[in-house]
Design a protein around this ligand. Structure first.
Ligand code: 5GP
Length: 186
């Protein structure tokens, strides 16, 4: 299992999409969330978009490996059913999740799991990237920025750090990690 984790806006989703396109051995663990779809996002591919009630029901049913209230009233979670079916299909599972979720997945799968922290070049660069992305309202942008400050402190607590300054370089380095550490033994 490969977990890409990072503060919001560090570019982990772009890196994840690139790796999924390049390596058919990998497949994406589609999470469940209560946030609304962004333009272009596809149900069942980017996320399973659930109502608060549906998400709560899945919590009660213990359907999640891990879940987090990442932002106020916005829940995100990794489904047992999703990961089990990818593993049953012989895939290496790629996760794109925030820091607490990454810690929980690591605690559960330990040696079977490589956690890569995607590091933005600087706090300021991250804020301007997130602002330019234009997907956030001013209120949600503020919440994300508050969270980013805390998340950056976790850089050295994972297996690897991948600097995403120039995207092209980061993609190359991500490929090298996957080829040398994940696909080599398969
Ligand atoms: P976004 O709303 O930008 O898609 O995601 C917000 C944050 O939630 C990102 O850091 C994303 O990686 C994280 N996230 C997505 N799915 C999950 C999940 O299943 N569990 C956890 N803990 N975080 C997730």
């Amino acid at each position: 299992m490969i977990v890409l984790t990072a503060p919001s806006g560090a570019g982990k989703t772009t890196i994840a999409k690139h790796l999924l396109k390049k390596y058919p051995e990998l497949d994406f663990s589609t999470s469940a969330t209560t946030r609304s779809p962004r333009e272009g996002e596809v149900e069942g591919k980017d996320y399973y978009f659930l109502s608060q009630e549906e998400f709560q029901q899945k919590i009660n049913d213990e359907a999640f490996i891990e879940w987090e209230e990442v932002y106020e009233d916005r829940l995100y979670g990794t489904l047992h059913s999703e990961v089990d079916s990818l593993i049953a299909n012989g895939k290496k599972v790629l996760f794109d999740i925030e820091i607490n979720g990454a810690q929980n997945i690591k605690a559960k799968y330990d040696e079977r799991c490589l956690v890569i922290f995607v590091k933005p070049p600087s706090f300021r660069a991250l804020v301007s990237r997130l602002t330019n992305r234009g997907t956030e309202t001013p209120a949600s942008l503020e919440k994300r920025i508050k969270r980013i400050k805390k998340e950056l402190l976790f850089e050295n607590t994972f297996d690897m750090v991948l600097l995403n300054d120039k995207l092209e370089d980061a993609l190359k380095e991500a490929e090298q990690i996957i080829e040398s550490l994940v696909l080599k033994n398969s």
